[in-house]
Design a binder for this molecule. Structure first.
Ligand code: GAR
Length: 207
């Protein structure tokens, strides 16, 4: 089987990366190879998780480049050097340009901690999403895995799962429940499906 090579882009603690590593180790993620982890923040704990799991790492910090174009050019060159087929955004806190996304059409996935179209787009990321959900008095929230296009959180939805908001929740307790019950399950499952489809396509092309 030709396994697509997957890069996981991270910015922080990397619990979603850990879910992908665990899925690899248990055989639930078998159609793609976790080939590279790239952080846009030096010292992100996700890099430690990657190293422990034997995955190559790179840091491409936005602050090291004067323009987004220069940052994305470097990121693209790192992905090309590792022959990456699929890009998974797992807590990657940097919006990518249309030009970047156009280089990996239908091959970039993102996990977002809400039920898109609710609480998504510019300004909604990380804990801010859960703060907004609690401030609005919602009783249900969830997570979404979607393809990435030029609109922030706007690409085709692949999977969603709802999660209850409970009385007394803080943004932190809600974030944790959304991760445990939704994100850590959906992201590996969606990555497996995208890689399995691409693997068949690569095999047809190689034939
Ligand atoms: C996750 O909840 C992820 O869905 C969210 O950031 C967190 C990263 O945690 N991503 C976004 O808000 C993107 N818009 P992690 O580093 O532990 O995976």
């Amino acid at each position: 089987m030709l396994k697509p090579r997957v890069a996981v882009l991270v910015s922080g603690s990397g619990t979603n990366l850990q879910a992908l590593i665990d899925a690899r180790d248990s055989g639930r993620l078998n159609s793609g190879e976790l080939a590279l982890v790239v952080s846009n923040k030096s010292g992100a704990y996700a890099l430690e998780r990657a190293k422990r799991a034997g995955i190559a790492t790179a840091t491409v910090a936005r602050t090291d480049f004067s323009t987004r174009e220069a940052f994305e050019k470097k990121l693209l060159s790192v992905l090309a050097a590792h022959r990456i087929d699929v890009v998974v955004l797992a807590g990657f806190m940097q919006i990518l340009s249309a030009a970047f996304v156009g280089r990996y059409p239908d091959r970039i996935l993102n996990v977002h901690p809400s039920l898109i179209p609710a609480y998504c787009g510019k300004g909604f990321y990380g804990l801010k999403v859960h703060e907004a959900v609690l401030a609005a008095g919602e009783t249900t929230t969830g997570a979404t895995v979607h393809m990435v296009n030029e609109v922030p959180d706007g690409g085709r939805i692949l999977m969603q799962k709802s999660v209850a908001v409970l009385p007394g929740d803080t943004p932190e307790t809600l974030q944790r429940r959304v991760m445990e019950q939704a994100e850590w399950k959906l992201l590996p499952a969606a990555t497996e499906i995208v890689c399995a489809d691409l693997s068949k396509q690569l095999e047809r092309e190689a034939f």
